[in-house]
Ligand binder design. Structure first.
Ligand SMILES: C[S@@+](CC[C@H](N)C(=O)[O-])C[C@H]1O[C@@H](n2cnc3c(N)ncnc32)[C@H](O)[C@@H]1O
Length: 281
């Protein structure tokens, strides 16, 4: 891959889905895309760039490229302390706020193979107080491959590394060399393919009480991070919460959120209304 080819492909991928390959990740990009060149019998990366940009099969090829360029690492009950803040502190607050309409909407943006939204569904089922509420848990990802796996709902080994045995026994049944998630968990979760930078698609997402976007924006550069955080701000209800991964923060990205200091974790909140923002930062 020449310098020019690297720059063209890197900028194209960045523009499409926010993922930014630094110079240090050049060989990663080259190795992964080399498989696609081979698949199409193309000799040069420039030809592949033109294929991605202009071919009539460009949509399918972009999907295939995204499937191999994204990092999809995830597991059930990831970041336990944050989930404790969610169940013990955030959800009671939303329950109180929404008690008249009895609705709860949660978006797992960048849900990969589904462990994150299914974890939320299990936690809500464990609480046993939501059955007469309209609960929507929505998982989305840009990668079709991971979404197919999420919809299938069969998991193995590593996915369970933080799962309490009792919960595994309650919500999964053995199938082949893995475990299938129970229908009562699956029925609470819906999935859709959404590129977070596709404004046509994100426009279709409704107002959320909670957005989890954990371990997703770390792959974006500053401009794309700002753009996606701005979109989340627009999607959250007043007083809604944004849960990022433990290594992610809004420092230098947005001042529109309040940082709430809960007992178990610190979480970003959209102010209840302008002027009433809590000054806990
Ligand atoms: C490391 S996984 C995180 C999964 C889960 N949120 C967690 O923390 O365990 C990151 C996911 O973000 C998705 N992703 C990356 N860029 C995206 C984009 N532009 N739009 C939507 N999803 C994206 C990837 O496909 C991948 O599945």
């Amino acid at each position: 891959m020449s310098n020019e080819e690297f720059r063209l492909l890197r900028d194209f991928i960045h523009g499409y889905c926010g993922i930014y390959f630094e110079e240090t990740s050049r060989f990663l990009l080259e190795n992964r895309l080399a498989r696609r060149l081979k698949q199409h019998g193309l000799g040069r990366f420039t030809e592949y760039y033109h294929f991605l940009k202009y071919d009539k099969q460009r949509e399918e090829e972009l999907a295939a490229a995204v499937d191999i360029l994204t990092t999809n690492e995830t597991y059930f009950f990831r970041e336990e302390y944050q989930l404790k803040a969610l169940t013990e502190e955030i959800l009671p607050e939303i329950r109180e706020r929404n008690r008249a309409k009895r609705t709860l909407s949660i978006w797992s943006a960048g849900c990969s193979t589904g462990e994150e939204p299914y974890t939320i569904a299990m936690l809500l089922l464990e609480q046993g107080i939501w059955s007469d509420w309209k609960v929507d848990i929505f998982g989305s990802d840009i990668s079709q491959r991971v979404l197919a796996s999420a919809r299938k709902g069969v998991y193995r080994g590593n996915a369970f590394r933080a799962t309490p045995e009792a919960l595994k026994g309650r919500y999964f049944t053995p199938e082949g060399d893995g475990f299938r998630i129970a229908d009562r968990v699956r029925n609470w979760v819906s999935f859709a393919s959404i590129n977070l930078f596709d404004s046509g698609k994100t426009a279709l997402v409704g107002t959320m009480d909670i957005i989890l976007c954990r371990n997703v924006i770390i792959y974006f550069d500053q401009t794309k991070k700002k753009s996606v955080i701005g979109m989340f701000l627009g999607k959250l209800a007043d007083g809604g919460f944004l849960l990022l991964g433990h290594s992610e923060s809004l420092i230098n990205l947005s001042t529109a959120f309040t940082l709430r200091h809960f007992r178990h974790d610190m979480v970003y909140q959209k102010p209840v209304h302008a002027g009433a923002a809590r000054s806990e930062t």
